[in-house]
Design a protein around this ligand. Sequence first.
Ligand code: NAP
Ligand code: F7E
Length: 338
Amino acid sequence: MTKTALITGITGQDGSYLAELLLHKEYLVHGMLRRSSTFSTSRIDHLYRDRHEESRLRLHYGDLTDGQALTNLVLAVQPDEIYNLGAQSHVRVSYDQPVYTLQTIGVGTLNVLEAARQLMRSKPVRVYQASSSEMFGKVLETPQTERTPFNPQSPYACAKAYGHFQTVNYRRGYDLFASNGILFNHESERRGETFVTRKITRAAGRIKVGLQKKLFLGNLDAKRDWGYAREYVEGMWRMLQHHEPDDFVMATGRTASVRDFCRLVFEQLDLDYEEFIEIDPNYFRPAEVDVLLGDATKAKEVLGWEATTTLEELARIMTAHDYDLALREAHAKRFDAD
Ligand code: NAP
Ligand code: F7E
């Protein structure tokens, strides 16, 4: 029987890969998107070009902060699975917009859980909550597992911790099938351009073709456990196919610094990163998460999921994509000038 999924945050990096995966698995996919004055669907537009898939992808306007509309949507769509990926997901921005961040992530998650609780009265539903390694913050042990206590230190991380605990609470209190994926950083050629990996690959490509001279960054010593987003959405899906709801860390088990990632990317283009990078204190955060390193043993043993793309491969994929993009940008510029 065809399964129906509802994805919040379908226009984001993970939402687009997850939509692709679920369409491939023959799901009927509903996505909730925010109304904006310009199109925000560039990551999922290609899914419309395939006529067969077009009929199984439906988009609806909505916002996580509008609980009534969200419940109406859930009751209308009657999903078997809800993936709550929508969020103000930028840690640095969460310091500028702490209340809005809490509204989208904290209240937004609660709105999703309440909507699912209403649907549960008439049919079973499973919920995936996008929790985050940021919740470990100033880490209390290394590597971090599902048992590591949270010690959040950004408005984003505090909001995610609230969403995480409410998800556990609805699971225990109402017997809702709700699982938290505690995902460590995962990147791709679809990553937003203000996250550090994509900022680096975009800049390196543009520097190589002469469109940009410098790259301004903040803390080069921060270390992250970076995986490939395309693989991580498979783990989200597996969590909801498991026979019981639970919490799972998803990570590569390897950590590297921002500086390491710069070196890998610039090397791909035969450039020395040290010649092009300048430090801009504006990109420092009021409190930094120095090092994250995840242990995804439970996901491997219980779900059969593990990250396989190495950091070197990830850097290669993203750099090749963004070098090509820069070449096209340069070509379009020359064409305009002619
Ligand atoms: P992303 O690219 O920033 O996408 C976020 C999505 O949320 C976008 O579709 C955005 O819509 C939507 N959104 C923002 N505010 C909303 C609101 N008020 N109502 C409804 N939708 C809203 O993030 P991502 O990297 O795909 O991450 C997906 C989820 O995983 C997020 O919850 C993030 O916090 C979490 N997470 C990410 C990582 C990671 O490394 N990528 C790691 C752990 C957890 P617009 O397109 O209109 O902006
Ligand atoms: O920063 C440092 C910065 O913004 C990574 C989100 O998906 O992953 C992401 O959060 C590191 C930090 O990601 C710049 O200080 C240096 O230490 O790429 P990021 P993040 O903060 O780790 C978690 C798991 C999530 O859940 C979030 O949604 O890089 N850094 N210079 C910089 N970061 C940025 N953005 N820009 C710089 O210029």
